[in-house]
Design a protein around this ligand. Structure first.
Ligand code: ADP
Length: 350
């Protein structure tokens, strides 16, 4: 008897321990698990299910799940009872895949999987492809149009033909810029492309950017460089590309006779790049969206000045890879200031 009782106690302890482990595993599961009885009364759920479906086990235990998860899609799913296929459910700003699995005859498990983030990424990809195709279609249409004219009117005078060729070349260059920027973005996002930090000679880099800025401006702006900062560690190509984009924008969005100041300083927070212009400026409502791909305040102005709408998206990605932040201050009609704050740790040690 004593031996039997000892055996029972041991079994009981093992069972309790196993149950505790099982509960802990369920608690840590990223998917939601809800156990309901045959008429959908809540018996138990894990924290992920509480989070996904807005349930509270302490308060809602014993209540009907359909009264707690108030969604017509969910109701239809229950009524139809086609549980072999999962349901895609939009619920409280989330996108969930919900699946009911009957078990033990009288019980059912509802499993929820949060796909909000992957849906968002999918949507971004779809938007990107749609936008990129749209951007490429316009120059292609122009080129095809001129090619058609050339085929139908082979005797066009030299002057008209030269003009057509010039326009076609411009559109070809526009497509080239777009494809180059798209490839740059893809490379920056790729996980197989880790950052290989090197010491960047900032004085040489900024002087080169200043030279290119003067060439682009062709004497239409006053451009100054104030250099006081230190060298940093990072990818020279990427940092050059980001800072060039910001300076190029300052020139493109500043009318003739405007002034552009470029500064490289070391603040208490770390090395800092500032480019300030007294150009057209940006309305406050656009500022938070400027780094989105293909986001432009004024499409025609961006195109006129050879913009692809991807410049600031590239800047954002480069800065992300360097743990740096972009700060934008702007007043329409007064001008804009773009600051890049590198972390103090980016400064290259002598
Ligand atoms: P784009 O190729 O169109 O210039 P960007 O990504 O570089 O694309 O910039 C996005 C938008 O931000 C631009 O279309 C423009 O409307 C605005 N912008 C960027 N820099 C400036 C600036 N210095 N002054 C005014 N507007 C700017």
């Amino acid at each position: 008897m004593y031996k039997l009782r000892r055996g029972d106690e041991k079994n009981q302890a093992e069972l309790t321990e196993w149950l505790a482990r099982f509960r802990q595993a369920m608690t840590l599961l990223p998917d939601g698990v809800v156990i309901m009885d045959d008429v959908l009364f809540l018996e138990w759920c894990n924290p992920s299910a509480e989070h996904h479906l807005g349930l509270s086990l302490a308060q809602d235990k014993g209540m009907r799940v359909t009264n707690l998860v108030r969604s017509p899609e969910f109701m239809d799913y229950i009524i139809l009872g086609r549980y072999e296929t999962p349901l895609t459910l939009s619920f409280r700003d989330r996108k969930l895949i919900a699946h009911i699995i009957p078990f033990e005859n009288r019980r059912q498990i509802l499993v929820t999987h949060d796909v909000t983030e992957s849906e968002r990424i999918d949507m971004m990809r779809r938007d990107f492809i749609a936008n990129a195709s749209h951007e490429l279609r316009t120059p292609l249409t122009v080129i095809n149009g001129f090619l058609e004219i050339a085929a139908m009117q082979p005797d066009l005078d030299t002057q008209t033909r030269t003009a057509h060729l010039k326009l076609m070349t411009e559109q070809g260059e526009r497509m080239q810029r777009l494809v180059d920027d798209m490839l740059t973005l893809t490379r920056l996002e790729s996980v197989d492309h880790p950052l290989r930090p090197e010491r960047i000679n900032m004085r040489a880099l900024l002087e080169q950017i200043l030279q290119e800025a003067n060439a682009l401006s062709a004497g239409r702006h006053q451009i100054s460089l104030d250099f006081q900062g230190t060298d940093i560690r990072g990818s020279a190509d990427e940092v050059r590309s980001a800072l060039t984009n910001l300076v190029t924008n300052a020139i493109r969005y500043t009318p003739e006779n405007g002034a552009i100041q470029i500064r490289w300083i070391t603040s208490g927070q770390g090395p800092k790049f500032i480019v300030q212009d007294n150009g057209i400026g940006i309305k406050a409502e656009h500022i938070s969206r400027l780094t989105e791909r293909f986001y432009r305040v004024d499409k025609s102005r961006s195109r006129e000045t050879q913009g692809t709408g991807l410049g600031l998206a590239i800047v954002k990605h480069v800065l992300l890879r360097h743990n740096a932040n972009l700060l934008i201050e702007s007043t329409p009609g007064v001008g804009s200031k773009f600051c890049v704050q590198f972390p103090a740790t980016a400064a290259a040690v002598e």
